[in-house]
Design a protein around this ligand. Structure first.
Ligand SMILES: Cc1cc2nc3c(=O)[nH]c(=O)nc-3n(C[C@H](O)[C@H](O)[C@H](O)COP(=O)(O)O)c2cc1C
Length: 166
């Protein structure tokens, strides 16, 4: 199954990237770093000159999407939140593309310094995926008090990979 990983972090070489890269390697996914794209915040007038339409057209070709975000203040990264907000375009202005999200498999990768991710972090993603008609396969979370290390976090990588299809 073709899988795309979408990274939204304030550092492209940080902990969330390291975690997501291990999953990428294990399942042979394609990798999209939101830092490589200009994505404007949602605009009620649908007036954009940015990369969102091109990026989503590519992502819709995949059967499975994995969103990767650090926990920043109990929530998704700002980069990821802007991207999620823009999925609204697909409900309002590009409904054919919006329908293509339905039934897609979706997973979530996250890192944070706390031993477990706050419920509200996963809940926001889960409810959004459900609203969009996507099939949520669950979250992999690494507590990265220092840096992501395969020796420490390898079991979480394995657990996540086992829990999703690929
Ligand atoms: C602005 C900011 C807010 C953060 N808030 C939280 C938080 O609420 N809970 C948590 O567990 N870690 C929090 N952290 C720690 C990061 O989630 C953690 O260091 C993560 O691994 C960073 O991933 P990155 O390298 O992809 O940015 C925060 C870090 C930053 C920079």
């Amino acid at each position: 199954m073709k899988t795309a990983i979408i990274l939204g972090s304030s550092r492209s070489n940080g902990n969330t990237n390291a975690f997501a890269r291990q999953v990428e390697k294990r399942i042979g996914a394609d990798f999209f770093d939101l830092a490589d794209y200009q994505i404007a915040p949602f605009d009620y007038h649908n007036s954009y000159e940015d990369d969102f339409a091109g990026l989503i057209a590519q992502l819709l070709r995949y059967k499975q999407l994995i969103f990767a975000s650090p926990v920043y203040w109990y929530a998704a990264s700002a980069q990821m939140k802007v991207f999620l907000d823009r999925l609204t375009d697909l409900l309002n202005f590009h409904k054919d593309e919006g329908r293509q999200l339905r039934g897609k498999r979706v997973g979530l990768l996250a890192t944070g310094i706390k031993p477990i991710a706050p419920n509200c972090f996963e809940q926001m993603f889960k409810l959004t995926f459900e609203y969009l008609g996507m099939e949520y396969k669950g979250m992999g979370y690494c507590c990265t008090r220092d840096t992501f290390e395969l020796t420490t976090h390898g079991a979480t990588v394995n657990g996540f990979v086992d829990s999703i299809g690929y």
